[in-house]
Design a protein around this ligand. Structure first.
Ligand code: ZN
Length: 225
């Protein structure tokens, strides 16, 4: 998912990257079948395997703004990215709702379910908008170039996943923007693009408005600042 968040550029240590044999991953095309069918749950031994560790290292390397630019990605700011967007058939995504040049959390086997606002733990920072069951906001996606949409998402969700150490987490809560990014990335691993759903949130994300442009400059001019 692309991000509107500003993030500071961090200098990449190219020499270090070469020593670790990091590979710049290329984004797959919107029509690639890997983006349109669900990715299977990973077994714990697969999550802990050296092969997966190398894939995760390549993903963390490739989501940085500088590397996205090198890979000719449609955007350089990311809030998250799912493995299948790079053509990788693994149920993994990177989660960085604050921007892609800070820490990116590695998430395996994610799921989510909506929770109603009155089930949300008491949080003094909760805003009034988080009292709604769903909310509308703009989204853009690395797999849907030169386009954006207004997408209805659940405001509060309960998430489950396995972390980088192979530890299972269950029923943690997310709200607002973080919940939106989580839903967008999990939907990728379920074979769903935000732009494919215009049938009501009961059936997945509900894209209520969709705008696609012919060129990147047209998109840049039209994308609300
Ligand atoms: Zn996306």
């Amino acid at each position: 998912m692309s991000s509107q968040c500003d993030s500071k550029d961090k200098k990449d240590n190219e020499n270090q990257c070469e020593q670790q044999n990091l590979q710049l991953l290329k984004l797959t095309a919107e029509t690639d079948p890997i983006l349109h069918s669900p990715i299977e749950e990973m077994r714990l031994e697969d999550i802990r395997s050296p092969e997966t560790k190398q894939i995760v290292a390549n993903m963390i390397y490739s989501i940085r703004a500088k590397q996205l630019e090198r890979a000719n990605a449609p955007f350089t700011k990311a809030a998250g990215m799912a493995a299948n967007q790079w053509g990788i058939n693994k149920r993994i995504f990177l989660f960085c709702p604050k921007g892609n040049d800070g820490e990116a959390k590695v998430v395996f086997n994610p799921t989510y379910k909506p929770i109603s606002p009155n089930q949300v733990s008491t949080d003094p920072t909760k805003t009034k908008s988080e009292d709604q069951f769903t909310n509308l906001y703009r989204e853009a996606c690395f797999s849907v170039p030169q386009a954006y949409g207004i997408v209805e998402r659940y405001t509060n969700i309960a998430i489950s996943y396995v972390d980088i150490n192979g530890v299972q987490h269950t029923d943690e809560q997310l709200s607002g923007w973080k919940a939106r990014v989580w839903q967008h990335e999990t939907d990728h691993l379920d074979g769903v693009l935000y732009s494919n759903r215009q049938s009501g949130i009961k059936y997945g994300p509900n894209c209520t408005e969709f705008h696609r442009f012919q060129t990147k400059s047209e998109f840049d001019e039209s994308y609300p600042k």
